[in-house]
Design a binder for this molecule. Sequence first.
Ligand code: HEC
Ligand code: HEC
Ligand code: HEC
Length: 125
Amino acid sequence: MLLAAALTTLTLGAYAPPANAEYGDIVINNYSDEAGMRPPIFPHWFHRIRFRCKICHSDLGFKFKAGGNDINMAKIINGEFCGACHNGEIAWSIENCEVCHSAKPGTPTQVHRSTLQTLIMPLGK
Ligand code: HEC
Ligand code: HEC
Ligand code: HEC
């Protein structure tokens, strides 16, 4: 059990996403800045290819609006919103704070619509 947990942490450390958003990513910052946490980035496409819209927007009750859901860690730990899956069963658990809280401090709530970063970065490499 302990070893498995340690391995999960190691694997996560290796793929923690960088702090710049990709097209369609959603930054949610109703409370994070005030609380001294980097705001979370929700990678929408990453999730959309894995789950039907209905699971999140109907069954889990996510409203179709960036920042339009009153999300906090108490609710997540209680299994609501992100916590319905990020519970160590369907997806890795919430102790991996920085995998979600990965935006630059001060980034306002938004849907990231720029394609420049995603187009330029692979060409430059
Ligand atoms: C894993 C959960 C999940 C799935 C699956 C999902 N969404 Fe979302 N969606 C979210 C979350 C979370 C937000 C942001 C809510 C917030 O900021 O409080 C969002 C926001 C949105 C928005 C508003 C922001 C924007 O991009 O304009 C739209 C529209 C949307 N979703 C459409 C869809 C559609 C269409 C599908 C299926 C193809 C889908 N979503 C699948 C979780 C999901
Ligand atoms: C319907 C289930 C579901 C919900 C709801 C959900 N996630 Fe996820 N999420 C997943 C799964 C499954 C993965 C992939 C886990 C893996 O690779 O082991 C994932 C991966 C991620 C990743 C890593 C993406 C990458 O590039 O590896 C981030 C960041 C993330 N979720 C953030 C969130 C946030 C923030 C919320 C709430 C706004 C949320 N998720 C809600 C299922 C969900
Ligand atoms: C699965 C994604 C995810 C993970 C993992 C996660 N959070 Fe969050 N957290 C969120 C979302 C989404 C919000 C709402 C953001 C907002 O509106 O500012 C949030 C909000 C917060 C807030 C402000 C609201 C509140 O509840 O006080 C704090 C502080 C916070 N998280 C701390 C943490 C810490 C510490 C960890 C690790 C132990 C963590 N988070 C792990 C998604 C996550």
